[in-house]
Structures are given as C-alpha cells and as structure tokens.
Design a protein around this ligand. Structure first.
Ligand code: AOF
Ligand code: ZN
Length: 364
C-alpha cells in the first residue's frame, strides 16, 4: 500500500500532523489525529480529534468541507477507524462523502481497527496509501502506540540537575535547581501525560502537588497522580492529596489500610523491598494511561532505568554546582567498569531561560 508521494502530499500531511498535535493535552486516552481534505493544493476542510468521546478528526474535516469533500484527497495521520466506538466509523463517513483518495501516515494498531479501516475504504473502490511521514506520526503518538503495542505506557523521566549532575542536596533539598522557564516547560509535558508518577520519598522530601499549572486557560485533561508507596507511609500527608486531579496510591499487598481511607488504591507485588515496576506499568496501561511522566528521586528513577523501563529522559540542567556530597540522578545502576556504562541518544537540546533542556532516549 506504500506509494510514491508528491511534495504536495508531504506538505498536507505535515499540516495534518500539526493539527493532530493540538489535541496533545486533551485526547488522552485516545491518540492525537489530524485530517486535511484537499483538491490538489487547495484545502477544503480540516479537523483534529479534540477529546475522547467527541468526533474524530475525519468527521470534523468532512463537516468543514461539506459538498467539497467529493473527489477530495483525505490526509489522515492515523488509519480511519472501522469500528463504532464512542463515535461512528470514519472510513464509512469518508466513503459516504465521496472522497477520491485516502492517504494515511500509519495503520492504527488498535485491535478494533488494525487494517479494517483501509480494507473498508478499498472495498468501496477508494484509492488508499499509507506510510507518508510515518516516523513523525509514530513519534507524535508514542504514548498511545506504546500502550496498544507493548501493553505499557511510554515512560518519560523528568529530572532537574546541576552542571555536576546532582539532583538534590544530601539532605534531600532540591528546590529549586532549575529556573522558571524550565519549570513552566515541565507543566506542558505534564499536561500531555496520562499519569504523573512519584515515590513516597519525594512526597516526604518535596511535597509536590503534581498538578498541571500552565499559567493560562489552555484546556487539558488532568493526569492521574500516582504515588508508589509500599507501606502507605504518606497517605495522611502531602499536597498530592489536594488540587484538582485524581490520586492513586499503589502499595504492597500487606500494607495496612487505615480505617476510613478514602483515596483510590491498589496492591502491587513487591520484590526485595521494591515494587514490581512491570506490574505498575501494566496496571496503568489497563487504566488507559498512554504516557507516564516520572517525577521522583534518584532511587525510583534509578530502579526504572536499571529495569529497562525508561523510554525518554527529559533533563533540565541548570548552570549551578551542588558539590560532591549531593545526590546523583540515578541510584543503583551498579556500574563498575566502562563497559557497563549506560548509553543514551540525544534527541533534542535547547536553552530555556538560563537552563539547558536535553531530551534523550536510552539505547537498548
Ligand atoms: C480515527 N480518527 O480522529 C481518532 C481515531 O472511543 P472512540 O470511538 O473515540 O474510538 C477511539 C479509537 O479510535 C482509538 O483507540 C483509535 O484506535 C481510534 N482513533 N480514529 O479514525 C480519529 N481519534
Ligand atoms: Zn474514527
């Protein structure tokens, strides 16, 4: 189904991808999807999926195009759906509107679609091609794809570090290493994710609220706050219990639940004093979490990294020195020889205020 694509095709798919991205804070647990309808270079309708339960991108683009959808090419960042979920099948809507051709960036691995949308379009005599700007589309929806294809959310670790690679003083004090521009940027990454995960140690040391505060009225769907607290040591304290977002406590099976404990909670197996991180990830995927942002100390961040669960590292490096007694970024990596060093790949580097932001992906 891969075809050769023209420069116009590329430009219009790029436009559809930019539209899709507008749903970054609101489509969860659904993927971000954009759609452009065009005759040649002339765009006659466009749309993007805004919220789960609301119309899909194609439907909005078809509405905008009206009669001009007939004979148009539809550029969609994900295979049009074939199922009747919270909304009707988009492949059917495209057929009814009489579009002439459908170009998708990628197939939708969602089990109820997974090629069935393409098949339906082709059965109706519509020319279908897929694979245009697929890498970009996969990057955009890395959270959704991770949940559907791997059964676990995409895991991003957010860290603030000094120039000498330290994340907190020996006392645990860490406020503030990075500057205001970095801290606002963190809020945008929080708004994207389905869950912000932290540990009991961070709740006790930093008392974070773990809500999204964008500083304006940009709409977002609040991420679930998750506290990994084997012994439920923090349930009676912490700002994480306040604010406008749900909180989930994950604890050891033998943890004692205090009488009248009202917060949502679930037991997760514990091995050698540490929670089974794979079980944590599975549990969150089952709840529809596409992207996790881990905001925790060196112990938990190190455990996730050592376990091979980290997909992305979002690092804010401030030009300050905290000295040799301060804490590292990741504990427990057990590196003794150069041959054991952990390698990461640079994805993006930029300056934010007086800090440097580095996005990295661990190498397998
Ligand atoms: C599309 N266009 O814009 C989106 C699609 O619960 P529903 O009915 O909204 O269905 C959600 C599923 O539909 C989601 O998991 C994904 O497979 C697909 N999303 N499909 O044709 C869209 N957002
Ligand atoms: Zn659809």
């Amino acid at each position: 189904m891969t075809a050769s694509f023209s420069a116009i095709d590329h430009a219009l798919m790029a436009r559809a991808l930019r539209l899709a991205e507008q749903g970054a804070y609101t489509t969860k647990p659904n993927p971000m999807v954009g759609c452009v309808l065009a005759h040649g270079e002339e765009v006659v309708g466009e749309g993007w999926h805004q919220r789960a339960g609301e119309p899909h991108a194609e439907v909005l683009a078809l509405r905008a195009a009206g009669d001009r959808a007939r004979g148009a090419t539809a550029y969609v960042t994900l295979e049009p759906c074939a199922h009747t979920g919270r909304t009707g099948p988009c492949s059917e809507a495209l057929i009814e509107a009489g579009v002439g051709r459908v170009i998708a960036a990628m197939r939708d691995p969602f089990p109820q679609v997974d090629g069935a949308g393409f098949a339906r379009l082709q059965a109706a005599g519509i020319e279908v091609a897929s694979g245009l700007m697929e890498a970009q589309a996969r990057t955009l929806n890395r959270g959704f794809l991770s949940r559907i294809e791997r059964g676990r959310p995409w895991l991003r670790v957010k860290l603030a570090t000094s120039l000498d690679g330290r994340s907190a003083l020996a006392s645990g004090e860490s406020k503030w290493i990075s500057g205001p521009a970095s801290r606002l940027d963190v809020q945008r990454w929080r708004a994207r994710c389905g869950a912000i995960v932290t540990g009991a140690g961070t709740v006790l040391a930093d008392d974070p609220e773990l809500t999204v505060r964008l500083g304006d009225d940009t709409p977002f769907v609040a991420p679930l706050r998750v506290v990994l607290d084997p012994g439920l040591a923090t349930i009676a304290r912490g700002r994480v219990r306040g604010g406008e977002a749900p909180t989930l406590y994950l604890h050891a099976p033998d943890a004692k639940l205090p009488r009248g404990f009202a917060a949502e909670h679930a037991a997760v197996p514990v091995r050698e004093g540490l929670m089974d991180l794979e079980a944590v990830l599975k549990l969150l995927a089952a709840r529809g979490v596409n992207e996790i942002q881990l905001e925790a100390g060196a112990t938990l961040a190190g455990a996730f990294l050592a376990g091979g669960w980290v997909d992305e590292v979002l690092l804010y490096m401030a030009p300050v020195l905290l000295g040799e007694r301060a804490r590292p970024l990741f504990d427990g990596l057990g590196i003794e020889a150069m041959a054991d060093k952990r390698k990461l790949e640079l994805v993006d580097v930029r300056q934010l205020g007086g800090d440097m932001r580095v996005l990295l992906r661990p190498k397998p």
